[in-house]
Design a protein around this ligand. Structure first.
Ligand SMILES: C[S@@+](CC[C@H](N)C(=O)[O-])C[C@H]1O[C@@H](n2cnc3c(N)ncnc32)[C@H](O)[C@@H]1O
Length: 260
C-alpha cells in the first residue's frame, strides 16, 4: 500500500495541487506558533508548503515525505525560493530521527493518509521535545475532499482493514488519538476557499496529480466518466457561487503539546 501511495502522490504535477493546500499551511503554522530559532519537522510534506513557511519564519527545518518524486520537487522548490531545508524520504510511521530532537512536528493533509494512525501519531510525538507541539491539518469527514475520495472509493475500493484517513478530521477521534501523548489538545475548524471558472475546470485541476490522476490513468474511460459525473454532481451540490465555482472544504487544525 505504501509503495502504491508513494507512486500515486508522485504522479503528474503536484505543485499545482500544492497551491490549493497552501491555504491550510497558514493556520497550522500560526496554531503551532512556529518562530525563529525553533527546530521544525514537516512530515508527509509534499513539496513543502509548511516547511517553506516555517523556514521563512527563521526556523531550522527538516522536511520528509514518502514519495521520492515529491522530495525532489521540494528540494528544487526550496532552492528556487532561497530557503535552506533538509529534505529526505521517510515514512511517518517510521521516522529516521532520534527521540525528542524537534521543537515542533507538523503535517498538512499528510500524516492522515498513513495506514496505521496510532503508529503515525506515536512517531510524531516521539521525535518532538517534551512541552512542545505536534500539529496536523486534517480534512473533516463531510468536507468536499472526503466526499470526493468516497466517490473514488466506490469505484476503486481502498484496502480492507485500513481506517479512513478522514477519521482524523473527526474532532473526538483526533482528540482520542492525540491524548495518550499530549497534555493539552487544541482543535480549530477552518475552511479552504477554492475558486474555479467552472465545475469542469475544478475537476481538471484535481486531475493534475495524486489519486484523481491515478484514476484517470488506470480506470477504463467509461468507468472514469461515470466516476467524474458523480464528482461533478458533488461540485454542483457544494458550489457556493452563482457564477463560476466556489468550494469551501472544511478541515481541522489539531495541535497537541507533548507531556513534559
Ligand atoms: C495531499 S498530499 C499533502 C502534501 C503536503 N503536506 C501539502 O500540504 O501539500 C499527501 C502527502 O502525504 C504523503 N504520504 C502519504 N502517506 C505517507 C506516509 N506513510 N509517510 C509519509 N508521507 C506520506 C504523500 O506522499 C503526499 O505527499
Amino acid at each position: 500500500m505504501k509503495s502504491a501511495q508513494a507512486t500515486v502522490w508522485g504522479l503528474g504535477d503536484y505543485p499545482k495541487i500544492a497551491r490549493l493546500t497552501d491555504q491550510a499551511a497558514v493556520p497550522l503554522v500560526d496554531a503551532c506558533a512556529i518562530s525563529a530559532g525553533q527546530e521544525v519537522l514537516d512530515v508527509a510534506a509534499g513539496t513543502g508548503n509548511v516547511a517553506i513557511r516555517a523556514a521563512n519564519e527563521g526556523a531550522a527545518v527538516t522536511a520528509t515525505d514518502l514519495s521520492p518524486g515529491l522530495v525532489d520537487l521540494g528540494k528544487a522548490r526550496s532552492a528556487e525560493e532561497g530557503v535552506d531545508i533538509d529534505w529526505s524520504v521517510a515514512d511517518v510511521e517510521d521516522l529516521p530521527f532520534e527521540d525528542a530532537c524537534f521543537d515542533c512536528v507538523t503535517s498538512v493533509f499528510g500524516a492522515m493518509f498513513a495506514p496505521r494512525p496510532a503508529k503515525a501519531i506515536e512517531e510524531m510525538f516521539r521525535v518532538v521535545r517534551p512541552g512542545n507541539t505536534v500539529g496536523m491539518s486534517n480534512w473533516t469527514p463531510d468536507s468536499m475532499i472526503a466526499r470526493s475520495f468516497g466517490i473514488i472509493g466506490s469505484f476503486f475500493p481502498p484496502p480492507e482493514g485500513v481506517p479512513s484517513p478522514f477519521e482524523w478530521g473527526d474532532e473526538a477521534t483526533a482528540r482520542e488519538r492525540f491524548e495518550p501523548h499530549a497534555g493539552t489538545v487544541e482543535i480549530e475548524r477552518h475552511r479552504v476557499d477554492w475558486r474555479f471558472g467552472s465545475r469542469e475546470e475544478g475537476l481538471e485541476f484535481f486531475e493534475n496529480a495524486g489519486p484523481q490522476a491515478a484514476m484517470k490513468a488506470n480506470l477504463d474511460p467509461d468507468t472514469y466518466a461515470q466516476m467524474t459525473a458523480k464528482q461533478l454532481e458533488l461540485i454542483d451540490e457544494l458550489n457556493a457561487a452563482d457564477e463560476g465555482v466556489v468550494i469551501d472544504s472544511e478541515f481541522l487544525v489539531v495541535v497537541g503539546r507533548k507531556r513534559g
